[in-house]
Design a protein around this ligand. Structure first.
Ligand SMILES: NC(=O)c1ccc[n+]([C@@H]2O[C@H](COP(=O)([O-])OP(=O)(O)OC[C@H]3O[C@@H](n4cnc5c(N)ncnc54)[C@H](OP(=O)(O)O)[C@@H]3O)[C@@H](O)[C@H]2O)c1
Length: 632
């Protein structure tokens, strides 16, 4: 998963392009090569038995006091005591280097360096001047495409086939200021499940045309807004043909660059190519549009993530600056998105491209119904695993031995690493995309980095409790350090012996991929620009209710990821939304606020959850098109 040899990396991929290693004592830059893995949290822990113990202790202190700073203070005192003891012991045994004693005995490894992002060469005054100019230019450009007070926005969108991109297409389709959406899509190879051979390749147009009915965009006037072009963000010029490029130069007012690889376990090079090279290609492409003679181009919107701040713990992760996180990054996805953000800022200031940077937190299904159009990534992955394990536990039949084995395996799947107090920042997709669409129309957003994050976070303990209420499974939160270093390796051995390699692999993957997000010391993402600059409602979505709806949706609509056919998901989600809106009206409150029992009985009265057919007529069936059901 990691790149060991930094000299094997092409120079443009090396972390030194962005990051420098600095001597803590002298503050001088150390010119050693930087291995990508050294920028991840995994590289800096669990190297010694005592370190494991110390982390376990800190976790206990946080659990007992709820005070993360207190845990850090106490640990600092313990380390100082360890160091004093090492000096005494070194003298006693005649060891000249007390560092060696403290490392061997106590695992006290003092880092003599720290990492930081390379500094901007421009002064604050110079930056302010550039941004003022870019905002003014964007204002003039937007005015030039505005007729009778209505902008005529024409967007080039990358990543339209993804989770966030689909919601962008949906909201854009219902936005009267948006006249056209050109979606860049790459071809998709369909492989035989058994042999993995490519049996067919779907063209970008085929993929786009299949997408429209799945998004309930069937009416001719809705379809007429969309055009699909072939491209690949990893290719120079986004892999767009010359003919398409020429046409786009004369039409496109905005580029929304949303394509990325959102895989938390991709190796560095793969993440880099999709997230950094892809971003550089998109920026260069937008610049050709902006510079074209007579160009209507207004702005480039870069979709980033608020987790570009990694595990920043010292202070809240600010919107106006990016610092190298004190506790490193969880994975190469976060690291390469941070590098892409730095490239974006650099490009804006040096090349004069008009840019808005939008940084969503962890995006989940829409706030009212939990609809996610078939997404199974990120938070959905553990929820679906718990759900499937719960179902198998309830339905296990056959011999007693088999039932006991199934029951034991399912129970193992319920052990998840997490500190009860860890706070996770989840934000529903409708709020994220409302921010993206608003940014298209606001020249004052140029030059800003805007967190599309939540101010009410959900703790691991709340997640565990909601999962118990909604899925009927009791997840056991295991102390993360002990889970990582002791429980998981033992579990894997046991499962392999029981010939359950697949479950062992899934548990290992989930634990390593998502464990980092449920440990204490999570970053706090500052918010405010979403309201101040983009004009979004001050009241952000209720994350606890949205997570509850995610569980309900994934259980009944997705059957915990087992329903994979996107046409079927689309049919189910439509009915689900009608049911949710009907229930919301009858109860006069958001469905996420309705207690689990009342919700389940309303559901079984209204829908056959096996066939997903209505059992009674629902009020307000969704008309084709019309105002966004997710925005009303
Ligand atoms: N989901 C989250 O929780 C979350 C949180 C914060 C920020 N974000 C950001 O939001 C954006 C969208 O995320 P998402 O959740 O929608 O991801 P997603 O569902 O995985 O979709 C990724 C999209 O990018 C496209 N793509 C990837 N590589 C490409 C390439 N080389 N050429 C052309 N298209 C390519 C994919 O196309 P294919 O269909 O061809 O694969 C797909 O349309 C990303 O920038 C991500 O970093 C997401």
């Amino acid at each position: 998963m990691t790149t060991e040899k930094t000299d094997a990396l092409p120079s443009e991929m090396r972390p030194e392009r962005y990051i420098e290693k600095v001597n803590l004592a002298t503050n001088e830059v150390i010119s050693d090569p930087i291995a990508p893995r050294h920028l991840l949290v995994h590289s800096h822990r669990d190297y010694h038995f005592v370190d494991v113990q110390a982390r376990f202790m800190m976790s206990r202190i946080v659990k007992a006091t709820g005070d993360e700073e207190e845990a850090r203070r106490r640990m600092k005192r313990v380390r100082a005591r360890g160091r004093r003891t090492s000096r005494v012991l070194a003298r006693m045994i005649g060891q000249r280097d007390p560092e060696r004693v403290s490392q061997t005995l106590f695992g006290l490894k003092d880092r003599e360096y720290y990492f930081r992002y390379k500094k901007q060469v421009l002064t604050k005054e110079e930056i302010d001047e550039i941004l003022e100019r870019l905002k003014a230019e964007a204002g003039a450009k937007l005015a030039a495409v505005t007729e009778n007070g209505q902008p005529r926005i024409r967007v080039l969108l990358t990543g339209g086939t993804g989770f966030v991109g689909k919601e962008i297409m949906w909201q854009a389709a219902h936005d009267e200021d948006i006249a056209e959406i050109v979606v860049l899509i790459r071809p998709k190879a369909i492989r035989d499940r058994e042999t993995k051979e490519v049996v067919k390749t779907l063209s970008p147009t085929e993929r786009g045309e299949a997408l429209l009915p799945q998004l309930w965009l069937d009416r001719p006037e809705e379809r007429a807004k969309f055009r699909f072009i072939a491209g690949d963000v990893e290719e120079p010029n986004l892999g767009i043909s010359e003919t398409d490029h020429e046409l786009l130069k004369s039409r496109v007012t905005h580029v929304i660059h949303c394509a990325a690889s959102v895989a938390f376990d991709d190796p560095y090079e793969k993440s880099f190519r999709a997230n950094v090279t892809g971003t550089l290609n998109a920026l260069a492409f937008s610049k050709t549009l902006q510079d074209a003679p007579g160009s209507p181009f207004v702005a480039h919107l870069g979709i980033e993530t608020s987790y570009i701040h990694g595990r920043q713990t010292k202070q809240a992760a600010r919107e106006d600056e990016i610092v190298f996180p004190r506790n490193f990054y969880n994975n190469f996805y976060e690291l390469t998105k941070a590098m892409a953000s730095i490239e974006t800022e650099r490009f804006m200031l040096t090349e004069g491209l008009r840019i808005v940077q939008l940084c969503p937190a962890i995006v989940i299904g829409d706030s009212a119904a939990g609809n996610n159009r078939g997404d199974t990534k990120v938070v959905n992955a553990p929820v679906n695993l718990f759900g499937r394990a719960g179902s198998s536990l309830r339905s296990s039949s056959g011999r007693w031995v088999d039932r006991s084995k199934a029951s034991m395996l399912a129970r193992l799947a319920f052990i998840f690493p997490g500190d009860p107090s860890a706070q996770i920042n989840m934000i529903p997709v409708d709020r994220v995309v409302a921010g993206i669409v608003a940014a298209l129309k606001l020249p004052q957003a140029i030059g800003e980095r805007i967190h599309l994050a939540n101010d009410n976070r959900v703790t691991s303990a709340q997640i565990r409790d909601i999962v118990a209420e909604e899925l009927g499974v009791k997840v056991k939160l295991a102390e993360p350090t002990i889970h990582r270093t002791v429980t998981l390796p033992l579990l894997k051995k046991l499962l392999k012996r029981l010939q359950q390699e697949r479950l062992a692999h899934v548990l290992d993957r989930l634990g390593t991929i998502f464990g980092g997000y449920s440990e204490w010391g999570q970053p706090v993402h500052e918010v405010g620009n979403d309201v101040r600059i983009l004009g979004l409602p001050e009241k952000r979505p209720n994350a606890e209710q949205a997570f509850r709806m995610l569980c309900r949706h994934n259980r009944y609509v997705q059957d915990f990821g087992k329903v994979k056919d996107l046409d079927e998901i689309s049919r189910r989600e439509r009915l689900w939304l009608e049911f949710v809106r009907d229930l919301e009206q009858r109860h006069e409150q958001p469905v996420g606020a309705i207690a689990p029992e009342a919700f389940r009985s309303a559901l079984t009265e209204s829908l056959n959850t096996e066939t997903f057919e209505p059992l009674r007529s629902l009020k307000n069936p969704l008309a084709d098109g019309g105002p966004s059901p997710l925005q009303t």
